[in-house]
Design a protein. Structure first.
Length: 236
């Protein structure tokens, strides 16, 4: 099974998000591998858009996730978002440990582990982001260390996103991606690749990954359609 996730980050306003969802629901309906579950497709819109998106995609093959969640379900945490509430709305995934959360908001391994646990308690599938800050021989060890720190013994998806490739003009090289993902797959979790991922990469990687975690390239539904066609072809 292949997994294609898309994060809209904070690039897309709510009306454009709903338009994007309508177009992608139509794309999904035209692809048998998505309809029958051989390819899982989900989107993480901005948090305020989630209820509207869930209403717009209801009954379709497009699942919904959150870009973040808090480590507690209830309490005196102004501005926090509860995993329990996300699950009650209908979310299925929660992204944790993204490099931007670490860099901009100071989240460390302890926070990532707590958020992973919160997602699991709420019945959400955590999408645990791991990645090295620079390419080198220690990349696999650093990624494995981050995954181990998240303490995800239960079902999870691992998103390998080398920090140095996020927002870059090109993704990491296929050989590099394959080597790191091979090491991460040893933990028994499906591993998807992010970090300037776009059309053509899934085909180059073949069976080295279990899918892609897409950012800005997938904000154009036409580009996403190309990736979905690749996933359809690879899903058999």
């Amino acid at each position: 099974m292949l997994t294609i996730g898309v994060s809209l980050k904070l690039y897309v306003d709510i009306p454009s998000t709903l338009d994007w969802c309508e177009r992608v629901v139509a794309l999904a309906a035209d692809r048998p591998a998505i309809v029958d579950g051989r390819v899982r497709l989900w989107v993480a819109p901005s948090l305020p858009a989630i209820p509207l998106v869930l209403d717009r995609v209801r009954g379709s093959a497009l699942a919904v996730g959150a870009q973040d969640l808090f480590w507690a379900e209830r309490g005196p945490y102004t501005g926090a978002v509860s995993g329990a509430d996300l699950a009650a709305l209908g979310c299925r995934y929660a992204v944790v440990g993204h490099a931007e959360r670490r860099r901009l908001f100071g989240e460390d391994d302890t926070v990532v582990a707590a958020k992973t646990a919160a997602a699991l308690r709420s019945g959400l599938t955590p999408v645990i982001c791991v990645g090295e800050t620079s390419p080198g021989p220690g990349a696999a060890c650093e990624c494995l260390r981050q995954l181990d720190a998240a303490a995800a013994a239960a079902p999870a998806i691992v998103a390998y996103e080398p920090v140095w490739a996020i927002g870059a003009a090109e993704p990491a090289g296929p050989d590099h991606i394959a080597a790191i993902c091979h090491a991460l797959r040893g933990g028994g979790h499906p591993v998807i690749y992010g970090g300037s991922a776009g059309p053509g990469l899934l085909t180059k990687l073949g069976g080295a990954v279990d899918g892609l975690f897409l950012g800005r390239f997938a904000h154009d539904p036409a580009a996403l359609a190309d990736v979905l066609d690749e996933a359809e072809a690879l899903s058999g």
